[in-house]
Write a protein of this length. Structure first.
Lengths: 202, 202
């Protein structure tokens, strides 16, 4: 039998399907959308994909994504950002999330993952040695361990805490509690327990 | 201020955002996924996008998508498919959906849209003249009007019905009723009314 869709279409459906959260139905929908869309739209996506790989690097200081020509990255190079305050996150997306608050004036360190014995991710797979070096050489006074509030994120924060023991600095962790705009009724027991434990005076 | 993400990253996020059903959050997630994924994955997607545009055409008979070298398409060229039975659909994706049933042995005609005065889509924007020509020249005995069960799909089916009036052929429409696996309780009134009206002997 002949295939129901021509090979080039099948190939694009498969390429989309490999992306996380994109199932075969969404992949088909995107592909058939692009078949009808102005040609420029699909080609711009193709070129953006190629350009991203070609024109980005990891900052050699904080390991966030940076443009090919900008190392250290704009954030690390900014004298306005406090070098004494270092926020440790799992992924570049987390930097984006914290920057969006507009409330943070320190610098970052991106681990590129969390410790996960189950998935074979050990300390040597993360940017941990680099973190310890920075803490010693950059005069950091506070390290905010902003790994995710998950089992693995907590374990990674604990691991870093042990590694930094004896250093003259404050180690902090993001507050746990009810999400803003959230509903007490729908909060899970764990979140609610932490919101209780962390309650503050009004 | 510097941007929170480098330009090449921003560009890819924007390109993804333009796809239907992909919001800014999903676009960021996909982009940052590709930053971490093996390089080949993003490049394969880029090449698949370019290849699809380069290597596909519309079949000059049924107007379904076909490979650049295959016109008429494999389906139109297959002598096993009944030429007397013609299924009219809105989009190439609909051909795929019907082929997936494995129950249809006729041919297709893809309109590439539906009549929509609101959006300025008139008969001349669809492959309607081509449909009428085929019906006359290919000895078609039954036309299944498989446009969507929506207002516009129905209107388009009615329009085609009027155009084909006087031709010695059967005109049919896909059955309306409860979806398989569906729940009566959750069916909308319209669907339920049509399921009632179309009830059959057991």
């Amino acid at each position: 039998m002949y295939p129901a869709v021509p090979d080039p279409v099948e190939r694009l459906i498969e390429a989309f399907s490999r992306l996380p959260g994109i199932g075969p139905k969404t992949a088909s929908r995107l592909t058939f959308y692009l078949l009808r869309a102005p040609e420029a739209e699909g080609l711009e996506l193709a070129e953006a994909l190629q350009a991203m790989r070609r024109d980005t690097r990891l900052c050699s200081t904080c390991f966030n994504i940076t443009s090919a020509g900008a190392d250290p990255c704009a954030l690390c190079a900014d004298p306005q950002r406090e070098a004494q305050l270092l926020c440790v996150v799992e992924e570049p997306l987390d930097v984006l999330a914290i920057e969006r608050t507009g409330q943070y004036r320190g610098r970052y360190h991106v681990l590129h993952g969390v410790l996960s014995p189950m998935e074979g991710v050990g300390p040597e797979d993360l940017k941990l040695t680099e973190l310890l070096k920075r803490v010693e050489s950059e005069g950091v006074e506070e390290v905010i361990l902003a790994t995710n509030p998950t089992l693995e994120g907590e374990a990674t924060a604990m691991y870093i805490k042990r590694q930094l023991e004896g250093q003259p600095l404050r180690l902090t962790r993001l507050a746990r509690g009810l999400p803003s705009g959230g509903d007490l009724e729908y909060a899970d027991a764990n979140t609610l327990a932490q919101a209780l434990a962390g309650r503050s005076e009004m």
